[in-house]
Write a protein that binds this ligand. Structure first.
Ligand SMILES: NC(=O)C1=CN([C@@H]2O[C@H](COP(=O)(O)OP(=O)(O)OC[C@H]3O[C@@H](n4cnc5c(N)ncnc54)[C@H](O)[C@@H]3O)[C@@H](O)[C@H]2O)C=CC1
Ligand SMILES: O=C([O-])CC(=O)C(=O)O
Length: 320
């Protein structure tokens, strides 16, 4: 059986890390695409030379030509610009929307059967625009944010409770911005919900509230520390988890920016919800019962995403 093909659009910090992880896990042969000449080729060569040391079999190539992504099974998009301190993710909308147009058309013309995972910010608007520009089915285009945001929430909770990260499971729903919704009701330590752990005296509501807030501003915290760009290790690990769920038909339930049409009272937009990912892409949007506070916070987040979509339509009339 021929190896799978993974195309990575954007060979920057996340793109390079994605390539390394995909090679280490032998997910398939890898094509790194970027508009900058030399960078994808240089990174591909460097990563190929990890093979003998790390013992993986994967062909890694760099390119500036969309024709080379033909036949890709999975495409992960990180093309565009990352924010710097003082910027919000939404400040990237104008510049990255143009990038999504070029990338969407490149995918449409060269790899229309791929499962596409978008990572570029502002995520919920960019994955929507990428789907519009590519014309692929909604179940084959999904955004990565919830896996990362939940990983941050889980990390902080594991630290707070002093337990293994393996036993912590969390859900962060909504848009990938300041209005995201870490759902404590469905966040557990080996099945025990966080509110119950608070009742048991293992933490306090004030500490959990602070962790929720730290999760919401988790991306900005790292931007403030790095100063020259944003997080890339955990974002790449999160994108790879989603790619593996598709390639191995794992039927994983993951929080992702998926096309929601009807569930959660949302009409036809991309926002973070729990979904099942398997061989058919996004196979199901899972509608969980939310308490009143989470429900109203999700609505605020959905409204923020809607505003961004209006801004996209204002910039590019083909989206209106
Ligand atoms: N969804 C999420 O949870 C997260 C999203 N991000 C976002 O991911 C994106 C990428 O982040 P990094 O890899 O750190 O940035 P980076 O700046 O290191 O890499 C971006 C790459 O995109 C390339 N590029 C620009 N225009 C392009 C085009 N038209 N076609 C192909 N490639 C193009 C650049 O040359 C650069 O190599 C940013 O927008 C960032 O905000 C970052 C972290 C988490
Ligand atoms: O904060 C940023 O700009 C990058 C990002 O989306 C994240 O790390 O969550």
């Amino acid at each position: 059986m021929a190896r799978k093909k993974i195309a990575l659009i954007g060979a920057g910090n996340i793109g390079g890390t994605l390539a390394h992880l995909a090679a280490q896990k032998e997910l398939g042969d890898i094509v790194l695409f970027d508009v900058v000449e030399g960078v994808p080729q240089g990174k591909a060569l460097d990563l190929s030379q990890c093979g003998p040391v790390e013992g993986f079999d994967a062909k890694i190539t760099g390119t500036n030509d969309y024709a080379d992504i033909a036949g890709a099974d999975v495409i992960i998009v990180t093309a565009g610009v990352a924010r710097k301190p003082g910027m919000s993710r939404d400040d990237l909308l104008g510049i990255n929307l143009k990038v999504m147009k070029a990338v969407g058309e490149g995918i449409r013309d060269n790899a229309p059967d791929a499962f596409v995972i978008c990572i570029t910010n502002p995520l919920d608007a960019m994955v929507w625009a990428l789907r519009e520009f590519s014309g692929l089915p909604h179940n084959k285009v999904v955004g990565m944010a919830g896996v990362l945001d939940s990983a941050r929430f889980s990390t902080f909770l594991a630290w707070e409770f002093g337990v293994s990260i393996r036993d912590v499971n969390t859900f962060v729903l909504g848009g990938h911005g300041d209005t995201m919704v870490p759902v404590t009701q469905y966040s557990t330590v080996n099945g025990i919900p966080v509110p119950d752990l608070v009742k048991m005296g293992l933490s306090t509501q004030e500490k959990i509230d602070a962790i929720v807030q730290r999760t919401r501003s988790g991306g900005g915290e790292i931007v403030g520390l790095l100063k020259t760009g944003s997080a890339f290790y955990a974002p790449a690990a999160s994108g790879i988890a989603m790619a593996e769920a598709y390639l191995n038909d794992q039927k994983r339930i993951l929080p992702c920016a998926a096309y929601v049409d009807g569930q959660y009272g949302v009409d036809g937009l991309y926002v973070g919800v729990p979904v099942m990912i398997g061989a058919n892409g996004v196979e199901q949007v899972i509608e969980i019962e939310l308490d009143a506070e989470a429900k109203s916070n999700l609505q605020v987040s959905v409204d923020a995403v809607k505003e961004l979509l209006e801004a996209c339509k204002g910039i590019d009339s083909s989206l209106a």
